[in-house]
Design a protein around this ligand. Structure first.
Ligand code: ZN
Length: 367
């Protein structure tokens, strides 16, 4: 628990540039421009009257004292029983809460560029890392990279104290076939290409891979074998391959959950991504707790395949559900704000015909 609390202390209270600094034995020297982000970095610090949520599921505890020495938690407990060491800088955090740093399992660095075609998804290397930190996220997995060299350089700069950002675990470029959603993406030719791509990007520093919607079963099998040979894992946002087939090919993790599993569509062609609306229609009448969906869950459990929840993404597809938060709009470039608001309006206009209220409910039941 002590370790778990540390990242957030670094990110929200002590120094919002990098959790890794706090965990590292030797802290990197911070670039001068990063000093502006550091609120407190006294070697001995006592946070008093703070509410603690420790991330174990335990109830929040009020009026706690938290003592941090050289970036590590030295003691934590009730105000009455926790001694403030001599020489500590005391920071009264009445009304504030300390939580563990959040670990983002599916956090990209790109955003669609307005205009096109061709569709472009540029890296937002300055804003994304800071926005993740501002949201309390101190570690991320990029879960499919469009500019993998940019992600890797960003990671190095953050690790070296040159840039503000969370600890980054770089996923290699999307393992995708023809039909990629962005011009920047490589489109795999065959299983050998998948193997070579995985091996190349492991050598560059990628620590996980993500298969995408138009990958073939042969390519996925080859990618999994190449990644597993070096102790790395493969996740997928799949469409051409159903969950059970992906599990049998050795995939470790599946992004997004039930609503992207196409295996329930009768007559689905092997290795081809069907029309998503048709796949959704086939899924909707099925029960989660019985029949084919339940069988699929049991197959995933038997092979220890994890699911990455992305409910906040799906929530935006449900007409008029996700609140429109002014702070979100403030963080966007004007062009991004326009396209976001336009998309919200389109979803809202299509409310009468939308399958998403029912799909979202089914996804909640599944998770
Ligand atoms: Zn994604």
């Amino acid at each position: 628990m002590r370790k778990g609390l540390l990242p957030v202390l670094c990110s929200l209270v002590l120094a919002p540039w990098s959790a890794s600094r706090c965990r590292a034995q030797a802290a990197p020297k911070l670039a001068p421009e990063l000093r502006a982000f550091v609120k407190e970095d006294a070697p001995l610090l006592a946070l008093t009257h703070v509410r603690i949520i420790d991330g174990t599921g335990a109830a929040p505890r009020g009026d706690q004292t938290l003592v941090i020495q050289e970036g590590r938690i030295a003691s934590l407990g009730d105000r009455t029983s926790t001694k403030i060491p001599e020489g500590a800088k005391v920071v009264d955090l009445s009304g504030r809460t300390v939580i563990p740093g959040l670990v983002g399992m599916h956090d990209h660095m790109y955003y669609p560029s307005p205009g096109g075609p061709p569709p472009l998804y540029p890296e937002h290397a300055a804003s994304f890392p800071r926005l993740y930190l501002a949201g309390g996220v101190t570690s991320i997995r990029t879960t499919g990279s469009i500019e993998p060299y940019a992600d890797l350089e960003l990671k190095h700069d953050i690790d070296d104290g040159k840039m503000a950002g969370p600890k980054i675990h770089v996923t290699g470029p999307y393992l995708e076939g023809p039909g990629a959603f962005a011009l920047e993406m490589h489109q795999l030719k065959d299983a050998e290409d998948a193997r070579r791509t995985v091996e190349f990007w492991i050598a560059q520093g990628a620590t996980s891979f993500k298969a995408y919607q138009n990958i073939t079963p042969e390519e996925l099998g080859a990618a999994v074998e190449a990644a597993h040979a070096q102790g790395l894992k493969v996740t997928g946002h799949l469409c051409s391959i159903g969950f059970r087939e992906a599990a049998s090919l050795g995939i470790d993790d599946l992004e997004h959950g039930l609503v992207v599993d196409t295996e329930f569509l009768p007559g689905k062609k092997p290795g081809l991504c069907p029309n998503p609306a048709e796949a959704d229609k086939a899924l909707l009448p099925l029960e989660v707790a019985s029949g084919p969906i339940h069988d699929m869950i049991r197959a995933l459990v038997a092979r220890h395949v994890a699911i990455t929840s992305t409910l906040p993404v799906f929530e935006t597809l449900v007409p008029n559900r996700a609140p429109l938060d002014g702070r979100v709009l403030d963080a966007m470039l004007p062009e991004a704000r326009i396209s976001y608001l336009r998309r919200r309006a389109l979803i809202s206009d299509g409310a009468a015909k939308s399958d998403w209220p029912a799909l979202f409910k089914k996804e909640l039941e599944f998770e």
